[in-house]
Design a protein around this ligand. Structure first.
Ligand code: C2O
Ligand code: CU
Length: 476
């Protein structure tokens, strides 16, 4: 994919406006023993968070168990995950386990896979964890507001035989829209955000804090799990003199490789696992910059080398991860489907067949369309019905001027081509970025029965119609 924005590698503009140090960069960790009889309790509620350090005051947020992000739920591949979700909000909610394969009834989509969990009620999520990797959880009910107020957390599934690193870190990136007095702006799902690039904010956090510095050590090898929990912001991270290697995308192992043009691009909901060797020397500082939006580059965080090296040269341990047990699509036998995305502030993007129909739908606040149809849910008619166990290629075409991270529930898919050119790494993803006007082909086996959401993960696009359902039917 070609993003004009990525080409900029301009050095950083001034320091962040926020002052102070960063106490801790790791979210609260929780190891779930596979054998625990009691489920882990995950309670959605209202609270406050010190997104910015003192002397700033706390921000009112919605959170899980009192923290932003929610606890890092860490399990082993093959374990059974058991989480009792409790709703301490005034609103209904659900928990969706983003990117990990679950039975349909555990997918957390209101009105499609379960009733929303009413205020004061609870719901037990329970499933076997098939894939290792970096995943996350968030509500799937009025997501723009619920995620935008702070409801999300990491789900890390450890490999049975993990690669060797000195530190395994998770960075949940978020982007908040704050008012001048440091509270969350309540203009969720505004029409302006809906027809443009979504709710892009003005305060970026790592693990719920506006970051300043993180200490590293010369010779150290870090596995850094990046998760983009923002409603709409796309990140393009430039690690300066360091040479991060991508080892997994959306939780799924990929041939280790350096990012194209040196920048790690992460659309909303996407994850990337990096291996980074700290090749500098004691006393050095490396700035990590977000360079995605042209002329809006900023310094995200400084990595500062401690005075003592960890070792004199970087390690040469292997970094390739073992693949997860996904079924390989049969491309020769696959059924091909055309999927066209339209809408938004457009120029002439919406011209052509079906335009009158789309104009009609826009009266109800629908701004985005998949094959000419906008959906706000509950969704009754599937976009596609696929027989269980069959292979499919979706030939997706973005006929809009905006980028869209397209997410499919219940499955991982291979990204096989962009604009007709085969991809280099044939990567497995569950959320794939489409640049404006780009064509992307994905392939998968419809091997998980049920009704699965297929939607843009810019949450304001999703609520303005950019979603549909793909039915995997055992009865065809
Ligand atoms: Cu991350 Cu349909 O969700
Ligand atoms: Cu979108």
């Amino acid at each position: 994919m070609k993003f004009e924005q990525r080409l900029t590698r301009r050095r950083m503009l001034g320091a962040s406006v926020f002052v102070g140090g960063l106490a801790m960069l790791s979210p609260g960790r929780l190891a779930l023993a596979a054998t625990t009889p009691d489920p882990f309790i995950l309670r959605a509620g209202k609270g406050t968070a010190m997104l910015r350090p003192v002397p700033y005051s706390p921000t009112q947020v919605w959170n899980y168990n009192g923290t932003v992000p929610g606890a890092e739920i860490r399990v082993r591949q093959g374990d059974r995950l058991r989480v009792l979700a409790q709703n301490g909000l005034d609103d209904p909610t659900t928990v969706h386990w983003h990117g990990i394969r679950t039975p349909n009834a555990m997918d957390g989509v209101p009105f499609l896979t379960q009733d929303p969990i009413a205020a004061g009620q609870e719901f037990l999520y329970e499933f076997d964890v098939l894939d290792a990797g970096t995943f996350w959880y968030h509500p799937h009910h009025r997501s723009s507001e619920q995620v935008g107020r702070g409801l999300y957390g990491p789900l890390i599934v450890e490999e049975v035989d993990p690669i060797r690193v000195d530190r395994d870190l998770t960075w949940m990136l978020d982007d908040w829209r704050m008012t001048k007095n440091g509270q969350i702006s309540d203009d969720f799902d505004s029409r302006h955000d809906a027809v443009h690039g979504g709710r892009v904010g003005n305060a970026v956090t790592i693990n719920g804090k506006v970051p300043e510095t993180m200490e590293i050590r010369a010779g150290e090898r870090v596995r850094l799990r990046l998760v983009n929990a923002a409603n709409a912001r796309i990140f393009g991270l430039d690690f300066g003199d360091l040479s991060p290697m991508i080892i997994a995308m959306d939780g799924q192992p990929v041939t280790p490789h350096a990012p194209e043009s040196g920048v790690i691009v992460l659309g909303p909901a996407m994850r990337i696992d990096l291996v980074i060797d700290m090749t500098g020397k004691p006393g050095d500082t490396v700035s990590v910059a977000d360079v995605f939006y042209k002329d809006l580059e900023y310094r995200l965080i400084d990595l500062t080398y401690a005075s003592e090296p960890l070792r004199s040269t970087v390690p040469d341990w292997p970094i390739a991860l073992a693949p997860n047990p996904l079924t390989e699509p049969d491309l020769a036998a696959a059924t091909r489907h055309q999927i066209v995305f339209n809408g938004g502030m457009m120029g002439q993007m919406m011209m052509g067949a079906g335009m009158a129909n789309m104009m009609e739908q826009m009266r109800d606040g629908n701004m985005w369309f998949i094959n000419g149809k906008a959906e706000k849910g509950p969704i009754k008619d599937p976009l596609l019905t696929l027989p269980l166990g069959t292979s499919h290629v979706l030939e997706m075409e973005n006929r809009t001027r905006w980028a869209h991270p397209i997410h499919f529930h219940g499955h991982s898919f291979r990204v096989i081509a962009r604009n007709g050119q085969p991809t280099k790494y044939n990567e497995w993803q569950d959320t794939v970025m489409m640049a404006p006007q780009e064509r992307v082909d994905i392939a998968f086996v419809a091997d998980n029965p049920g009704d699965w959401m297929f939607h843009c993960h810019i949450l304001e696009h999703q609520s303005a119609g950019m979603m549909g359902v793909v039915r995997v039917s055992s009865a065809v």
